[in-house]
Design a protein around this ligand. Structure first.
Ligand SMILES: Nc1ncnc2c1ncn2[C@@H]1O[C@H](COP(=O)(O)OP(=O)(O)OP(=O)(O)O)[C@@H](O)[C@H]1O
Length: 846
């Protein structure tokens, strides 16, 4: 970062930057942009395809394959070694190019939701400065920017003025606790506390600041930090679990084959290439390629058709797996464009004076805190009674902050007096009013009645105090006189009701977590077509202190199995706690929220989702951003996640059942026969054909029935499935072996090895094609649906199985043409196998 401009007083800093408190002119800003370049951090170093390919070697399957290839080379089995190393190279290259394509399309998508900053600019030297929203990339050194809650600091800035500013600078320091920052006008200021750095998030307060460094010169860019990777998703963990179970099995295979061969047939180390190729046959080596392709395709399709931006690719799997979605209310289910509905006095009758006090409070809070934009409730008040605040002199303001549900403005009152005007959540304001317990209860009930109409409610109170110079703090918000209530109407967001209905149909349970009044939230929930099973109020610190509870529940007690729960009056921590509680109870949880008070929950969830209009910091914390206002995109995103997970699960199901079956049959046949059931190079060639066909799974459309429930992959159930179907496959293989043996008068009479090898090669590829069709989605096929990419790939695989043995390639691989009678026998075995597979599928309810 440019180090010298940040020391000295604010004025010295502004002078050095050739700027002033009124900001730059448009012409000067344009000239500086041309000179300094866009305010974008240097692009993170994108690894080359070669580097990515080499990184692919660290994948467990690829590493094991490589080891097996090296072992084959070591025993001079060059054919086996060459085919295995070719497999490794193809898998690494496909994965690397897929990853690069995914990265490129993601970078383009991120620009759809790029941020803006509020900057003071003038048309010429004499013009009045105006606040503009400009793309963050257009900021230049010397620009004067405004910061408010929820903003991301757009560049390195020196604070000129600040009010109660706290920021999180974990992007830079890794420390997530908010740190206070304040402007200082000293010649030798503590620079760190009067500087804010690019990438920090404003938690509370506001500031006006001058940009001192942009683009590659910021501290963030200099630190070259990359965001911390999130812990792997439930789906990733399951895939990983299955992968490691297989890797262990694979490593056991060669020694087992060697030992069994030695014990039963007295074979020696010459069986090693065969043992190695059997282990290779077990590997789903295309898994990384298929995962990357499925995710990248789904993300690109979502962005193109639904304008949904997936910022972290694996989050798509989480989306597919969520069974609970927690939603914030204001700004997500409603538009957060409140309009004043009523202004009523303590007796419940209309009283315009209450609105007037609320508007004075809003005006001075806005003026004194210099927020870049007023909060929506304040904006609604000012829309109705804009000029009223100017009739007073503002003294101080205590704005709302995360966890603080009221705001106070202090203005000059009658001579020698200050007037405190407080507005906020009814419970919080009434708690600070001088009232009898019965009167407080009556007023709380009045507020609840208004809230039950679905309106948002603010209570207003005032206090007359002798004037003073000592600063005001929240401790001064006491002994207030209650003035009345102002209520607001906030429209439902477009598509909100429909998207909640879709989510329910998709088997996702929806809960609403809001900072608002329980009655308002319950009513909104009903208007959206959800009948809440329960409404809770998150306990306040004082509640908990009274009950002596050791750990805070935040309304996160057990949630009923069905139905929506509304948790109202949540602080940001309460929202995060509910989400973590649901995750701990075994749910996969999504969180949809738009505000600075949602950031903790967005980060705590398996997948955080933010609408486009969300605060910058919420968008930055989310994994998925909806670029359109319409919430119905969520349902499509969930379905896209399920689709890509279903494709990966189908691939795993098919490939593992089939591979396991082949390996078991090969092991058994290896022991029964006087020769190897297949040559190592044949095993590998067959494996290569199957792998190529399997790539079709990345392009498949799973049956609608597979998309109706969250996609969860449970390794134990999954391993049971592949063992069951693997056995069935082994039986089919051995039946072919039996047929061949019978036709040729017993195993030891099988002297034509080439015929045997060719027969088994063809049978293997045909059974694999059958498994691809039947274990993926037999029902659709049975209904006469179109074959789709997997259907075509299976047909091609079967054709290769029939065409290779009589071809010159077959001859090169040691195969020969098969007698026509064999094809008839094969058709009978395959027919029986298809029947057995279908029966097993129906019995298992797959
Ligand atoms: N400008 C304001 N002045 C006074 N009180 C406010 C103001 N803004 C919000 N509040 C009070 O603070 C409460 C909590 O606000 P918060 O922003 O946490 O949640 P919310 O916007 O009501 O709901 P959600 O969590 O669904 O976004 C509000 O319900 C309101 O009572």
């Amino acid at each position: 970062m440019a180090s010298e401009p940040v020391t000295g007083t604010s004025l010295q800093v502004l002078r050095r930057l050739d700027s002033g408190p009124r900001g730059l002119t448009d012409a000067e800003a344009a000239a500086r942009l041309a000179a300094h370049g866009d305010n974008v951090p240097p692009r993170p170093h994108t690894p080359s395809v070669l580097r990515r390919a080499l990184r692919g070697l660290r994948e467990p399957f690829t590493a094991v394959l490589l080891t097996l290839g090296l072992v084959s080379a070591f025993v001079a089995s060059w054919g086996t070694a060459t085919v295995i190393l070719a497999l490794v190279a193809v898998s690494c290259a496909l994965r690397a190019t897929g990853e690069r394509r995914a990265d490129r399309s993601l970078a383009a998508l991120r620009e759809l939701v790029a941020g803006t900053a509020t900057v003071l600019r003038r048309t010429d030297d004499n013009a009045v400065p105006r606040a503009h929203e400009v793309p963050v990339t257009d900021l230049v050194p010397g620009d004067v920017v405004r910061l408010g809650p929820g903003d991301l600091v757009p560049a390195d800035v020196r604070l000129l003025r600040s009010r109660g500013l706290t920021v999180r600078q974990d992007a830079l320091t890794g420390e997530s606790a908010p740190v206070p920052k304040a402007a200082a006008d000293l010649p030798e200021p503590d620079t760190d506390s009067c500087l804010c750095f690019q990438g920090s998030a404003v938690v509370a307060g506001s500031a006006t600041a001058v940009v001192v460094a942009t683009g590659p010169h910021t501290r963030y860019a200099a630190a070259g930090r990359t965001p911390q990777p999130r812990e792997p998703s439930a789906f990733d963990r399951s895939v990983h679990g299955i992968a490691w179970a297989l890797v262990r099995f694979m490593l056991l295979t060669p020694p087992l084959v060697l030992m069994a061969g030695a014990a039963v047939r007295g074979r020696g180390l010459e069986t090693l290439p065969f043992a190695v190729s059997v282990a290779v046959g077990l590997t789903p080596e295309m898994l990384p390629v298929i995962v990357t392709t499925c995710l990248a395709r789904s993300a690109a399709l979502l962005a193109r058709t639904r304008r949904v931006v997936v910022r972290r690719l694996p989050a798509l799997h989480d989306l597919g797996a969520i069974d609970v979605l927690c939603v914030d209310k204001t700004g997500t289910l409603t538009l957060d464009r409140p309009v004043v509905a009523r202004s009523l006095g303590p007796d419940g009758r209309d009283d315009p004076e209450v609105l007037r006090w609320a508007a004075v409070s809003a005006w001075w809070t806005l003026q004194l805190t210099e927020l870049p934009a007023p909060d929506a409730l304040d904006e609604a008040l000012l829309d109705l009674a804009e000029a009223v605040g100017e009739q007073y002199d503002g003294i101080a303001a205590l704005p709302v902050a995360p966890g603080r549900r009221l705001a106070t403005a202090v203005v000059a009152g009658r001579l020698g007096h200050h007037l405190l005007i407080t507005k906020g959540a009814a419970e919080d304001v009434l708690e600070r009013c001088e009232l009898s317990a019965t009167e407080r209860q009556r007023l709380l009930a009045l507020a609840a009645r208004e809230a039950a109409t679905g309106h948002r409610v603010l209570a207003v109170a005032t206090a007359d105090r002798p004037s003073r110079t000592r600063p005001y703090t929240p401790a001064d918000e006491r002994a207030l006189a209650f003035r009345g209530l102002v209520t607001f109407h906030d429209e439902l967001a477009p598509g909100a009701a429909e998207s909640l209905r879709t989510l329910t149909d998709l088997g996702v349970q929806v809960h609403i977590l809001t900072g608002d009044h329980p009655a308002t939230a319950t009513r909104v929930c009903r208007e959206l077509g959800l009948d809440p099973a329960e409404t809770r109020t998150a306990p306040t610190d004082s509640d908990e202190a009274r009950s002596g509870a050791g750990t805070r529940g935040g309304g996160a007690g057990p949630f009923p199995g069905g139905g929506t729960v509304v948790v109202a009056r949540c602080t940001p921590e309460d929202k995060a706690r509910v989400v973590s509680g649901l995750r701990a109870a075994g749910h996969t949880v999504g969180f949809l929220g738009d505000g600075v008070n949602d950031v903790a929950a967005l980060l705590a969830a398996d997948v955080g989702i933010a609408p486009r209009a969300a605060a910058a910091v919420a968008r930055e914390s989310a994994d998925v951003v909806l670029a359109e206002k319409d919430l119905t995109a969520i349902g499509h995103a969930v379905t896209a996640g399920r689709r890509s997970s279903a494709n990966i699960a189908a691939y795993l199901r098919v490939t593992l059942s089939s591979n396991l079956g082949n390996v078991l049959a090969m092991l058994a046949a290896g022991l029964l026969l006087p020769f190897l059931p297949m040559l190592p190079v044949q095993v590998l060639a067959q494996n290569l054909c199957f792998d190529a066909a399997q790539l079709a799974f990345a392009h498949d459309r799973p049956a609608p029935v597979e998309l109706r429930r969250p996609t969860v992959l449970r390794p134990p159930a999954f391993l049971r499935f592949i063992t069951g179907f693997g056995m069935l496959n082994a039986v089919a293989d051995l039946a072919t072996f039996g047929v061949l043996a019978l036709a040729l008068d017993g195993p030891d009479a099988l002297d034509d090895q080439a015929v045997f090898h060719s027969a088994w090669f063809t049978e293997n590829l045909l059974t694999q094609a059958l498994v691809m069709l039947l274990l993926r989605d037999g029902r659709r096929l049975a209904r006469g649906g179109r074959p789709g990419p997997v259907g075509w790939a299976a047909a091609l695989l079967a054709a290769v199985g029939l065409a290779v043995p009589p071809s010159p390639l077959g001859a090169a691989l040691g195969m020969t043409a098969l007698p026509p009678a064999y094809h008839l026998l094969l058709a009978a075995v395959l027919g029986l196998y298809a029947l057995a597979l279908t029966v097993a599928k129906v019995r298992r309810g797959v």
